[in-house]
Design a protein around this ligand. Structure first.
Ligand SMILES: [Zn+2]
Length: 693
């Protein structure tokens, strides 16, 4: 049945699209493509089409050419924007300008971390720096800013703009604002100075927060040396060793890795001061107030009341008590938490990953995603053979995302397999944003990359995923489909370029699908026997997540609170004193003297004042799941509503309005909290099923 439907799509879409696409493309079913080992027929005469099909990028030197072209076009567009009379065309011009720079910079941003060839990486890095400098300059270009300000200051013209155009104009203005462009000369110079200083401080903190700490070998019992990296007469500790079964190994790692570095401490305190100064200079109460503009939460006050209410609800009922069930733990210490939750989970539910993975071959998971998207949105994932030079590594797969009536929606490049020198992180990259091109009258299709670190298939077996890997795959595909199903007029707000606290809603929602038996049973089959994954195993997996779930959430709340307070008004006490206080209040475990966890909190840079986003996104995803999908996770009508109300808009619509459109009412903070707390309730049928099996 499903094979038949796939074939139909294949035929239909090829005939539908041949008039658009000149070169002949063969699309094949997605599952088979991912279970097979990569094989490329070598054709020495095939023309190198350049990375992502960008012709200049067929060699490292091409990055320079692409950069120069982009900068030339940018200059032309800046002139245009400044000379035109204010109107829709101003915003279109800004978006085109941003597109010119983004499509080179975003691509380079990806290549500089992912390309196996260092000469490509270096060339891409250079491009990033060059374009970054130009963007900084543009953000302080008074003439350019004026052209936008003239538009936004004219109520008659603003009244004529459609909501998307108005929002995008305001978002562009927001970027200018941080350069103090609306201030007088003296203050503007001060703002620019702070901005430049912050770029350096951010960088310094990011680098420092990942540096290992050293301790003399003689300070550590000799029999423990083998657990750490050695460097001459020193031991180097670059992480918390949180999974080590030895209490002592974890404790030493915790104390040494978190030992405060005075210089880095100075950097962080200075950074927070500068952020505050800059935010107030450009007209906000605090850095947090500025950062939260345009988000779902809107203000730091809402964030704090969300976090406080969540804490109250959790400590009412759960808290760290889960660990007291574990015997032989005299006193719970901060370095015990992650390890113990893992042990408790495994003890209570038999969730050994290797029991699951034979049912979760990469091919069947991809087939499962394809089926899910077919049923929810009428969209298929089609495997397409990349052309010569189009991809950076031979194991990268290319997927065409095709709608049953709208045709090709965009491309997802899947860089899924582990490689030497490849960052070990699961990530979604926007390479090119979707946009209505005024120049050509066509829609510029979005292009994204999904990066995972999966083991390669072997001769005997396809790549087999653990349940955790499968959930990550679904999560990242949630981001990718946000990009693909978005049909925004402007690339500035394409797909995932939306409010930070909304951005994880589509990806976390996919995690609910990934743990629902009605979805899993459609694809999870033993790769050798074809047996389906037993329902009781899926139920056990879901229940195991609730073990210590409250404690894990409390830890996240503590981090989010810390981030909020650091970005509020100056506190007249050190970051360590604040941490000590908040750890006690929101987490419940005492502070360990001579440690400074905040110096390892690198998310302070990218997420400044928005670390709460994940919790809030999870709350919304949970509400959407329960209200719209739990009754029937494959319901087309709901899928269409979800696309129409949420995914289609990218960042072009105020996030709370999208939530309202989906839920058909405006949820309260109390409901957000309730959604998160209710997930921790045990599902009694599972216990019964478990005791029966
Ligand atoms: Zn994510």
């Amino acid at each position: 049945m499903s094979a038949c439907r796939r074939l139909l799509h294949l035929v239909k879409h090829r005939s539908l699209l041949t008039h658009v696409r000149k070169h002949l493309t063969t699309w094949s079913p997605v599952g088979a493509a991912f279970n097979a080992r990569p094989h490329r027929k070598l054709d020495l005469f095939e023309k190198n089409v350049g990375l992502f099909g960008v012709p200049e990028l067929n060699c490292p030197a091409g990055f320079q050419v692409a950069t120069e072209n982009a900068l030339k076009n940018t200059e032309r567009l800046v002139e245009k924007a400044c000379s035109w009379s204010p109107g829709v065309q101003t915003v279109q011009c800004f978006d085109q300008l941003s597109d010119e720079l983004c499509k080179v910079a975003d691509l380079a941003d990806f290549i500089k971390v992912a390309h196996p060839d260092p000469s490509f990486r270096e060339a891409a890095e250079k491009t990033c720096i060059e374009i970054g400098t130009v963007v900084e300059k543009l953000n302080t270009n008074v003439e350019l800013c004026k052209s936008l300000k003239n538009l936004l200051d004219n109520p008659d013209i603003v009244a004529q703009l459609d909501p998307d155009t108005k929002r995008v104009a305001e978002l562009f203005m927001f970027d200018f604002e941080i350069s103090g462009i609306h201030l007088d000369d003296k203050l503007r110079k001060e703002a620019v100075g702070l901005h430049v200083k912050l770029l350096d401080l951010n960088n310094e903190f990011l680098v420092g927060s990942h540096m290992p700490n050293r301790i003399a070998k003689s300070a550590i019992p000799e029999h423990l040396h083998l657990h750490y990296a050695a460097e001459g007469s020193f031991i180097q500790i670059g992480g918390m060793h949180a999974d080590s079964p030895s209490d002592l190994v974890r404790e030493i790692a915790y104390r040494v890795y978190l030992y405060p570095n005075a210089e880095l401490m100075g950097c962080l305190e200075e950074l927070l001061k500068c952020r505050y100064k800059l935010a107030t200079l450009v007209g906000y109460e605090s850095y947090g107030h500025r950062a939260l503009k345009g988000t779902m939460a809107k203000t730091p006050e809402t964030v704090m009341s969300f976090l406080q209410l969540l804490t109250d609800k959790l400590s009412d009922r759960y808290g760290l008590q889960c660990f007291s069930q574990k015997k032989n733990v005299p006193e719970l210490m901060p370095w015990d938490h992650p390890y113990l939750s893992g042990v408790l989970r495994a003890e209570r539910y038999n969730i050994e990953p290797s029991l699951y993975s034979p049912y979760l071959s990469l091919g069947s998971c991809m087939e499962g995603l394809n089926n899910l998207f077919c049923q929810l949105y009428g969209v298929s994932l089609m495997s397409e053979h990349p052309r010569a030079g189009e991809v950076w590594s031979k194991d990268v797969r290319k997927l065409a995302v095709v709608h049953e009536t709208e045709g090709l929606l965009g491309y997802i490049y899947c860089d899924f397999f582990h490689r030497q020198d490849k960052p070990h992180q699961d990530c979604h990259f926007t390479i090119r944003g979707g946009r209505q091109c005024q120049e050509t009258g066509q829609y510029q299709l979005p292009v994204v990359v999904l990066m995972l670190s999966l083991p390669e298939p072997t001769k005997g077996a396809p790549t087999l995923l653990t349940p955790g890997m499968m959930e990550n795959l679904f999560h990242e595909m949630g981001h990718a489909m946000h990009s693909m199903l978005g049909r925004t007029r402007y690339q500035h707000v394409t797909g995932t370029r939306c409010a930070t606290d909304f951005a994880e809603v589509p990806s976390i929602l996919m995690e609910y699908f990934a743990t629902d038996y009605r979805v899993i049973s459609q694809f999870a089959r033993h790769y050798e026997t074809g047996q389906p994954l037993p329902e009781s195993m899926v139920a056990r997996l879901c229940e195991s997540k609730k073990v210590c779930g409250a404690a894990d959430t409390q830890l996240q709340i503590f981090y989010a609170v810390l981030d909020q307070i650091y970005h509020s008004k100056p506190q007249n006490r050190s970051t360590t004193e604040i941490l000590k206080d908040m750890q006690q209040k929101f987490y419940g475990l005492p502070y360990t003297p001579n440690t400074a966890w905040q110096l390892r909190f690198s998310h302070l840079i990218g997420y400044g004042a928005k670390y709460y986003s994940y919790l809030m996104s999870r709350a919304v995803a949970s509400m959407v799941w329960k209200q719209c999908f739990v009754a029937d996770p494959l319901n087309r009508e709901m899928g269409e509503r979800y696309r129409r109300e949420m995914l289609a808009h990218g960042g072009a619509k105020e996030p709370m309005l999208m939530v309202e459109g989906m839920l058909q009412r405006r949820p309260t903070v109390e409901e957000f909290v309730e959604a998160l707390v209710s997930e921790l309730n045990p599902h009694f049928e599972t216990f019964i099923m478990d005791s029966e099996s």
